[in-house]
Design a protein around this ligand. Structure first.
Ligand code: NAD
Length: 497
C-alpha cells in the first residue's frame, strides 16, 4: 500500500485521527502514488490550537526577522525548483514547462512577502486637529484558515500563507486532497528556513475540514480558492461565523479578437490560454469571439494548431499537453462535450476518447473545438475546466462584450487589437477584474491583486498585492493628544513584550 500523507501540526508531522483515505494518482499513468487522509474536526482543532499558541511570540517577532525566514525560504525554493516541478508534474499532470512556471510564480509571492516591513507601513498625519496627531498601525489578527484547489497546488497556497505569516499571523492550510504532495515538500522547506513551530500548520482532507475551519471560533479569517459553488458556500458560512473572508471562484474567460489584431501573435496567445494545463486554469481562455473578418482568420488558425497538439506524459519534453487531473474530471469534461453536441453546436475537433500509447490508463482528453455556439448552451455558460474551446462570431466589439456579459462569471477577459483606442475602451467597458490586452492569460504578478468579479469572486480584498497585506491585517488608528504635564511613572502601562 502506498504511504499516507501526514498533517503538519505544531512543527511535527502527525497522522490524521481518521483512517479514511483517498487515492492520489499520477494522472498520466493512472497509478496510485500516495493516499491522503480525510482528517476530522479533531485534527483541525489541534492545528488551530497549535497556531493559536504560536501567535503571541510570532507576532512579537520583529517584521524584518519574520521576513528573513521568507528570504531563506525563497533561496531554498530556488535551490529545489526543478525537483518541485518534477514532483508537481507527477501528481498534477501538466507539462514540465508549466510546472516550472508555476513554481516560479509561487516563489515570486514569497519574494514579494519578504518586503513586509515596508508593505505593513501605516499612515500618519500630524496636527489632524489642534494638538492632535493621528496614525494607523497594521496589526495581525491571529489564526487564518487557507483552503486551496487542485489546479495550482504549489502557487495558490503561496498566494496566501507567506503574506499571512509575514504580517505576523499564524495559519492552518488545507490543500487540495487531489495533489497535496509537492506542497508537503514546501512546508518542510519552510521549517528548514526557520519558520517556528505552529506558525504554519497543514490539515489534509475534504469537506469536514473546510466546514470546521469556516465555523471554528479561533479562526479569524478564511482565504479560499476553488469552484464558484463552493466559494459561495465558504463565503457565506465563514462570514456568518463573523470572520473576514475572501473566496475566489470559477471562470469562463472570453478572448475577443478584432480584425486589426496581429493574427500570428494572437493565435499563440489564444492557443496557450485555451490548451495550456489542459484548460485547467482559472485564467484559461474558453470562448473565442472573432469580430467581423477576424472570425474566419482566428478559427482556421486555432483549428490547425489544436489538431497538431501532442498529448502525453508531462515529463516527456516532446509533450505539449498533459492529462486532466482524474478519471472523474475526464468524464465530466466529456459529458460537457456530449451536451454541446446534443445542444446543436458544431463539434469541429473532438477530444473524447483520446489515448496515449503505453499510458492507456491515464486521464486523457484531447483538444476540442466547438463552433456555432449560443450563450445559453452549457459549453458556453458553464466552466468546463478542460481543453475545450468555443469559437463564435460577433459583428462588433460591443456585441462581443454583450455576449461576455451574459455569462455569470467574470474572472478574466482579453482583447486582441493593434488599436490603443479600442484597448482603452475595452478596459472601460469590460467590467471584469483581470483584463488582458494582447495577452491570453491575464495573470497579475504577485505585486498586484489577483481575483475576479461577478460570480468568480466573493469578498472585497483579493489575493496578493497590497490587498493581501490588507486582508491579513487590521488598521488600528491611534489619535493622540499629549499634554505638557509630566506623566506619573506609576500610571505607565506594563510592556506587552
Ligand atoms: P473545488 O471547489 O472542488 O475545491 C476547492 C477546495 O474546496 C478543495 O480544497 C476542496 O477540498 C474543497 N471542497 C470541495 N467541495 C467542497 C464542499 N462541498 N464543501 C467544502 N469544501 C469543499 O475546486 P477544484 O476542483 O479543486 O479547483 C478547480 C476550481 O478552482 C475551478 O473552478 C477553478 O476555476 C477554480 N480556481 C479559481 C481560481 C481563481 O483565482 N479564481 C484559481 C484557481 C482555481
Amino acid at each position: 500500500m502506498s504511504s499516507v500523507v501526514q498533517n503538519y501540526v505544531g512543527g511535527g508531522w502527525r497522522e490524521a485521527s481518521s483512517t479514511e483515505t483517498l487515492s492520489i494518482k499520477n494522472p498520466a499513468s493512472g497509478a496510485e502514488i500516495a493516499q491522503v487522509p480525510l482528517s476530522t474536526s479533531t485534527d483541525v482543532d489541534a492545528a488551530v490550537q497549535a497556531a493559536r499558541a504560536a501567535f503571541p511570540s510570532w507576532r512579537a517577532t520583529p517584521s524584518p526577522v519574520r521576513a528573513r525566514v521568507l528570504f531563506r525560504l525563497k533561496a531554498l525554493l530556488e535551490e529545489h525548483k526543478e525537483e518541485l516541478a518534477v514532483q508537481l508534474t507527477k501528481e498534477h499532470g501538466k507539462i514540465l514547462a508549466e510546472t516550472r512556471g508555476e513554481v516560479q510564480r509561487g516563489i515570486e509571492n514569497v519574494e514579494h512577502a519578504c518586503g513586509v516591513p515596508t508593505l505593513m507601513m501605516g499612515d500618519t498625519v500630524e496636527e489632524i486637529s489642534t494638538g492632535i496627531d493621528s496614525a494607523s498601525w497594521r496589526q495581525p489578527l491571529g489564526v487564518f484558515g487557507i483552503i486551496t484547489p487542485y489546479n495550482f497546488p504549489v502557487m495558490i497556497p503561496l498566494w496566501f500563507w507567506p503574506y499571512a505569516v509575514a504580517t505576523g499571523n499564524t495559519v492552518v492550510l488545507k490543500p487540495s486532497e487531489q495533489d497535496p504532495l509537492t506542497h508537503q515538500k514546501i512546508v518542510a522547506l519552510a521549517r528548514e528556513a526557520g519558520l517556528p513551530d505552529g506558525v504554519l500548520n497543514v490539515v489534509h482532507g475534504g469537506r469536514e475540514v473546510v466546514e470546521t475551519m469556516c465555523d471554528h471560533p479561533d479562526i479569524v479569517g478564511v482565504s479560499f480558492v476553488g469552484s464558484s459553488d463552493v466559494a459561495k458556500i465558504v463565503y457565506t458560512r465563514a462570514s456568518a461565523a463573523g470572520k473576514r473572508v475572501q473566496t475566489l471562484g470559477g471562470a469562463k474567460n472570453f478572448l475577443i479578437v478584432l480584425p486589426d489584431a496581429d493574427m500570428d501573435a494572437t493565435l499563440d496567445a489564444c492557443a496557450s490560454s485555451i490548451f495550456g494545463s489542459s484548460g485547467q486554469r482559472c485564467l484559461a481562455g474558453s470562448v473565442v469571439v472573432g469580430v467581423g473578418d477576424a472570425h474566419h482568420q482566428i478559427r482556421e488558425r486555432i483549428l490547425d494548431y489544436a489538431s497538431s497538439i501532442r498529448i502525453g506524459d508531462g515529463l516527456d519534453t516532446a509533450t505539449q499537453m498533459g492529462p486532466v487531473i482524474s478519471g472523474a474530471h475526464r468524464d465530466k469534461v466529456n459529458s460537457f462535450i456530449d451536451q454541446g453536441v446534443a445542444d446543436g453546436a458544431r463539434l469541429s475537433l473532438d477530444g473524447r476518447g483520446a489515448t496515449v500509447e503505453g499510458l492507456e490508463d491515464g486521464f486523457w482528453v484531447g483538444p476540442t473545438v466547438f463552433e456555432d455556439v449560443a450563450p445559453d448552451m452549457s459549453i458556453v455558460s458553464e466552466e468546463i475546466f478542460g481543453p475545450v474551446a468555443s469559437i463564435n462570431r460577433a459583428d462588433s466589439v460591443e456585441d462581443a462584450i454583450a455576449m461576455m456579459h451574459q455569462n455569470r462569471y467574470g474572472n478574466a477577459c482579453s482583447l486582441f487589437t493593434t488599436s490603443g483606442h479600442a484597448a482603452r475602451e475595452f478596459r472601460y467597458q469590460a467590467g471584469i477584474s483581470m483584463i488582458g490586452i494582447n495577452i491570453g492569460v491575464a495573470a497579475p504578478m504577485a505585486f498586484f491583486p489577483f481575483g475576479g468579479s461577478r460570480q468568480s469572486f466573493f469578498g472585497d480584498l483579493k489575493a496578493a498585492g497590497k490587498d493581501g497585506i490588507a486582508f491579513y491585517t487590521d488598521q488600528r488608528v491611534v489619535i493622540s493628544r499629549w499634554s505638557a504635564v509630566k506623566a506619573d511613572p506609576h500610571n505607565l502601562p506594563k510592556s506587552s513584550s
